[in-house]
Design a protein around this ligand. Structure first.
Ligand code: HEC
Ligand code: HEC
Length: 308
């Protein structure tokens, strides 16, 4: 009996040590992280960064509630998920309550590795699984832009998550499964426009985050990317399939997709609702070439039936 107890206790102890090691932010950074190095003589440009701010939909989540001003980034929007409620934080340049005191390295680490300056893991409700694809120069421009908007005072309430999802440390395991740490790499067999679209869709645009089904652990399965998903707020209805299958955008022309991204009207004159209406407003800040690039990329996806 004593021997059995000893075995159980050692197993629990070793399990605990294993958990502690595997969930370590420092270990994750050492294995999947990348050094934050900008090219020599690179000057961050807030003007260029603004395009990435809209492409990235930062305001859709981070704008001050209930204000309509998209560059007041005081947060407060609540994301209702199966794991609980996330209260989006203040990322305005306020030195105490926002990210005004952050260095660019801190920002790059958060965007690419989901690591926060206090050494903890960030929750993937912040879509860094997509933002990790952004280039370091684009991140520097985006950071420069984020420092030009007004500072907003006030910190948001903590998230209201169910156990065990409220334990940040545990996200370390999730990241080994769903965060590969890789930047976007261009496909030289495709055109420059196609690559521009692939970069916008899979990087800043984080389109797959809503338009794909999720596993029970809340990750995306690579073989069902873009096949449609559940409403991000858990509401009724489905997020449509974006692949060129008959269940998806199969009957849409390139121009139909461009037009939709610009105006929110589908070929059958429905207008985009819900969270997509916000995405459309953001897409309106991009230029025609960006929208064309996105359309071109979506039309080239592997056709998949809509996810159950
Ligand atoms: C789908 C909603 C969503 C979008 C879109 C989004 N974020 Fe966030 N963001 C969050 C949530 C939720 C957190 C809190 C994560 C946590 O507590 O671990 C967060 C955290 C952050 C943080 C860390 C803040 C802190 O004090 O810890 C930064 C920086 C950030 N986001 C920047 C951005 C930028 C820049 C963009 C646009 C490119 C963006 N976010 C888009 C939801 C979002
Ligand atoms: C926050 C979640 C979210 C994100 C991010 C998102 N979408 Fe959507 N999208 C939706 C929802 C919800 C709908 C359905 C809107 C409706 O039914 O009115 C939709 C509809 C669409 C449609 C119309 C499809 C159809 O069959 O009617 C297209 C095209 C589309 N999205 C493209 C994109 C692209 C491109 C991106 C990335 C730049 C993107 N979406 C990012 C939620 C999202």
């Amino acid at each position: 009996m004593r021997r059995f107890l000893l075995i159980v206790l050692s197993a629990v102890f070793l399990g605990g040590v294993g958990f502690w090691i595997l969930t370590s932010p420092a270990l994750f950074h050492a294995v999947r992280g990348r050094a934050v190095t900008l090219p020599d003589a690179f000057q961050a440009d807030a003007g260029r960064g603004e395009r990435l701010f809209w492409a990235g939909g930062c305001a859709s989540c981070h704008k001050s509630e209930p204000s309509d001003n998209k560059v007041l980034l005081g947060g407060g929007h609540e994301l209702k998920t199966p794991f609980g409620i996330f209260v989006v934080p203040n990322i305005s340049p306020h030195p105490r309550d926002g990210i005004g005191g952050w260095r660019f390295e801190d920002f790059a680490l958060a965007m690419r590795e989901g690591l926060l300056p206090d050494g903890s893991h960030a929750f993937p409700a912040f879509p860094y699984t997509a933002y990790q694809r952004m280039s370091v120069t684009d991140l520097a421009d985006l950071f420069a832009f984020s420092q030009t908007v007004p500072a907003v005072e006030g910190r948001q309430a903590p998230h209201a998550l169910a156990f065990p999802f409220n334990i940040r440390r545990g996200l370390g395991l999730w990241k080994w499964l769903y965060l590969d740490g890789a930047e976007f790499s261009a496909d030289s067999s495709q055109s420059a426009l196609w690559n521009q679209g692939a970069y916008l869709v899979n990087g800043a645009g984080h389109c797959a985050e809503c338009h794909s089904p999720r596993t029970v652990l809340g990750g995306l399965s690579p073989d069902k990317r873009f096949a449609g998903g559940r409403m991000p707020d858990g509401g009724a209805g489905r997020v449509p399939n974006l692949t060129p299958h008959q269940d998806g955008l199969g009957s849409w022309s390139l121009e139909d997709i461009e037009e939709f991204l610009k105006t929110g009207f589908t070929p059958s004159f429905d207008s985009a609702g819900g969270s997509m209406a916000e995405v459309i407003k953001n897409m309106g800040h991009l230029n025609g070439e960006d929208r064309k690039a996105i359309a071109l990329y979506l039309k080239s996806l592997k056709p998949l039936p809509k996810a159950p």
